[in-house]
Design a protein around this ligand. Structure first.
Ligand SMILES: Cc1ncc(COP(=O)(O)O)c(C=O)c1O
Length: 443
């Protein structure tokens, strides 16, 4: 255990008997050890955040989000000037985030009508939108075409049938290809293996490409791939670039997202720079020098900048120590879906020795609603605040109403200020959907 590591932002040593020194690499970049012994994010203390906005609460370090966007954009441009970085918006589909992406100059990938509406509401230039999905409906395609969508990433030939019916003006298209890389990640997050439901296998690509090239309104630009998410081995990205080069010579290659992030003390993910080095080295070896390269990071763009703040509701000592908080699977599905492990902090008392190893549990009616099996922390009391680190990606996305839970609010913090970017769902919101049942005209 490293008890001497310093928090660079406050120059205060990590207290004895804690893992705070290691925690700074998982928490948002603009996190600090506040004067009163609490965690601050973007200069705002967790106590103030919890009191002002309630819990559970998704809190994002806005400066960290913007810095990460620039790391990707500047890093890729330095290595391959004809390039474009898209924010994979499924990782944080919030109007405040779409707006930030637009302000930072990112393009945006959407994968459904709802994400399209959110992006447009945020003022994202439709030309910068790229529409993914293996089962886009007529209605969604029509919405996208009406909005003047920049590029549609075609998944299959049924989608080409639809586009043949719907297109009224020229439309830029890419074709999603299965790159045949079995990504080393949780099965539900691997999307580029030979049995993937996404895209066409290499040997079926030629016919689809021919159809697009032959159509007067289809402006076929190139190919797309995505091997999966939370990938920690950069060789797999390079392998995918090499595999897709066999499909042909095009003006654009979109090599997807998928870079993994650090969730736990033990994980050592590649840096953005190492990731970019790997894909650009493969591109230099296998792709045309004048092609445009696009990437679509989601998780690695937003995961670290976000945390979830919970309040402790009960502490039960039954042989095990159960620390139960006011959230759970309803705001953090990823743990159940992908077995992803997380780290937590008793955030209003970070300087106290972490003397206990607790079962950090949620409030949903499943025993699998277990955040951490053996979380080290001080002896938690009812009313304390728990921060689950690195929840910026896919937690809000997957939030649901299990046990009638309300979708938490999102707050961005920066330079000591906090601003609400998405309000908490209310019981009235929840009931509004069920109004027909009360009117008795639910037919
Ligand atoms: C087509 C596509 N691009 C990009 C992403 C983003 O992946 P990640 O969040 O792992 O970067 C996904 C996520 O599943 C995806 O399906």
């Amino acid at each position: 255990m490293d008890t001497t590591a310093m928090n660079a932002r406050t120059e205060r040593p990590a207290p004895e008997g804690t893992r705070l020194g290691e925690m700074w690499d998982i928490l948002p970049e603009e996190s600090a050890y506040g004067e009163n012994g609490e965690l601050t994010i973007g200069g705002v203390g967790v106590t103030e955040l919890a009191e002002r906005f309630g819990t559970p609460l998704y809190v994002f370090d806005e400066a960290g989000l913007r810095r990460q966007a620039r790391r990707f954009m500047d890093g890729l441009r330095e290595r391959w000037p004809a390039s474009q970085v898209m924010f994979a918006s499924k990782s944080l589909p919030a109007v405040g985030m779409y707006r930030l992406a637009q302000e930072e100059g990112l393009s945006v990938d959407i994968a459904g009508g709802g994400e399209l509406r959110l992006a447009l509401a945020a003022g994202v230039d439709p030309e910068r939108l790229h529409f993914h999905g293996n089962a886009k409906t007529d209605d969604e395609l029509r919405m996208a075409l009406d909005a003047g969508i920049g590029t549609i990433i075609v998944d299959n030939e049924d989608e080409l049938d639809r586009l043949e019916r719907l297109l009224e003006r020229p439309q830029k298209l890419l074709l999603r290809i299965i790159p045949g890389v079995e990504a080393e990640t949780h099965a539900s997050q691997a999307t580029g293996g030979k049995n993937s439901k996404f895209g066409l296998p290499v040997d079926q690509a030629a016919r689809a490409i021919e159809r697009m090239r032959a159509h007067p309104l289809m402006d076929f630009e190139g190919v797309h791939l995505h091997i999966g998410s939370q990938i920690l081995n950069t060789r797999q990205f390079a392998e995918a670039v090499e595999n897709i080069s066999s499909v042909g010579t095009f003006s654009t290659y979109d090599v997807g997202g998928g870079l993994g992030v650090k969730y736990t003390y033990d994980e050592q993910p590649p840096s953005v720079e190492e990731y970019l080095d790997a894909i650009v080295a493969a591109a230099k070896a296998h792709l045309p020098a004048d092609a445009k390269i696009m990437i679509e990071p989601g998780r690695s763009m937003v995961a670290r900048a976000g945390v979830t703040v919970y309040r402790v509701v009960s502490v039960k000592r039954t042989g095990q120590v159960f620390v139960a908080v006011d959230g759970g699977l309803a705001d953090m599905m990823d743990i159940a879906l992908t077995d992803q492990r997380y780290e937590a902090l008793l955030a209003n008392r970070i300087g106290e020795p972490w003397t206990e190893s607790v079962q950090l549990v949620g409030r949903q009616c499943e025993s699998g609603d277990l955040f951490i099996d053996g979380a080290p922390m001080p002896d938690a009391k009812v009313g304390d605040l728990v921060v689950l680190a690195a929840t910026g990606a896919y937690a809000y996305t997957l939030a649901n109403n299990y046990n009638g839970a309300l979708k938490p609010a999102i707050v961005f913090t920066r330079d000591g200020e906090a601003r609400l970017v998405a309000r908490r769902e209310t019981y009235d919101d929840l009931l509004a959907l069920h109004e027909p049942a009360n009117r008795g005209d639910a037919a």
